[in-house]
Design a binder for this molecule. Structure first.
Ligand code: TXA
Ligand code: MG
Length: 328
């Protein structure tokens, strides 16, 4: 995050017209950073085969370099040039791509992806985003695009172009604006190895949906109490400035309230309801906007009502627990 990685000016989001996407593709080919919308959250993209460009991603985010990145490709055929696809991985790709499922697979020997993308691991994370803008950008650049979420390290993932501009406007060549993202929650990360699928990060595709396709229970990476194998599992992550109090039945004086459902306790403070109808899909899409909105009120603490633990609730609660973890 040294100041020499910054532009002299802040860029403003531009509407993702065909001409803008063409210009963005030129930036990618030239080794520069472009922020773009996917169906999950905005990504901070660079040419995944260009180590220097990838290094710029880490510099811009201020991210510890041991965090490997997801490579975004146009389709299964392109993904197969990068990674080994055992039958189980192919089955998952065919069921969920394009879409918010990231597969962590053994890297192929001839994989042209920069080592820095995979942080030295012999696996690579790939996904095919279900977003016309992302797809057009990948096609126009002709490169696989490495992209973490387009936020500063440890901050909330951006679901709107203006969130990106706020965090990274002085560190990217261009921000493509495609409006608010559909899911508002990152992709589900699943590792496939030895004929087994392991959930590394809950996300927009539910564990239940994956289990329905594989016909087997998903292993959970944290089972057995070993170290997190997906750095997205770092405890204090996705943190707003305010403290987070989970499972709140009320909002105390000075607290902001992140609500869920119809029965909202009375409060004089700011309230953001993730879903008045108690819909977990709507709640997921609103999660980061809600946290950002309440954080911006300056409240010292955000009290969060209980969210059910099924379906997308698992990923929502995972992000919230991370946001609530003690900061180091
Ligand atoms: O929805 C998303 O996934 C968004 C959009 C932009 O595609 N991207 C995103 O990237 O959330 P990021 O960098 O914030 O999170 C990537 C996750 C991390 O938890 C990382 O540890 C994991 O994927 N990951 C990437 N490569 C891996 C690998 N080889 N082995 C294990 N985990 C990996
Ligand atoms: Mg992220």
């Amino acid at each position: 995050m040294s100041s020499d990685t910054r532009n002299h000016h802040r860029v403003h989001p531009v509407r993702a017209t065909a001409a803008a996407i063409e210009a963005a593709a030129g930036h990618i080919r030239a080794g520069r950073l472009v922020a773009f919308p996917t169906e999950t959250v905005y990504g901070l993209g660079a040419d995944a085969t260009n180590a220097r460009a990838v290094a710029e991603i880490y510099a811009a985010k201020g991210r510890p370099s041991f965090n490997p990145l997801i490579v975004h490709v146009a389709g299964l055929a392109e993904a197969e040039r990068l990674a080994e696809f055992p039958p189980l991985a192919r089955k998952l790709a065919e069921a969920f791509w394009p879409g918010p499922l990231t597969l962590v697979l053994a890297r192929r020997a001839e994989c042209p992806i920069a080592e820095l993308v995979t942080a030295g691991l012999d696996s690579v994370a790939v996904r095919v985003p279900d977003s016309a803008i992302a797809g057009a950008l990948i096609a126009a650049s002709g490169r696989p695009i490495a992209a973490p979420s387009a936020n500063l390290s440890g901050r909330l993932s951006p679901t709107r172009a203006e969130d990106v501009a706020c965090d990274l406007g002085d560190r990217v060549a261009m921000i493509l604006d495609g409006g608010a993202t559909r899911h508002g929650l990152e992709s589900t990360v699943v590792a496939v190895a030895g004929g087994e699928a392991t959930l590394l990060r809950p996300g927009a595709v539910t564990a239940e949906a994956i289990e329905a396709v594989t016909g087997a229970r998903l292993r959970r990476s944290l089972e057995g109490g070993d170290k997190p194998s997906s750095p997205g599992q770092l405890e204090s992550h996705y943190a707003p400035s305010a403290r987070i109090r989970l499972g709140a039945g009320d909002a105390k004086a000075g607290e902001a309230l992140l609500a869920f459902g119809r029965q909202v306790p009375e409060t004089h403070g700011p309230v953001f309801n993730l879903s008045a109808g108690g819909d977990l899909v709507e709640a997921a899409a609103n999660l980061f906007v809600g946290l950002r909105t309440l954080d911006a009120t300056g409240a010292a603490t955000i009290a969060v009502m209980a969210i059910p633990e099924h379906g997308l609730g698992e990923a929502i609660n995972d992000r919230l627990r991370r946001a609530a973890a003690p900061r180091s």
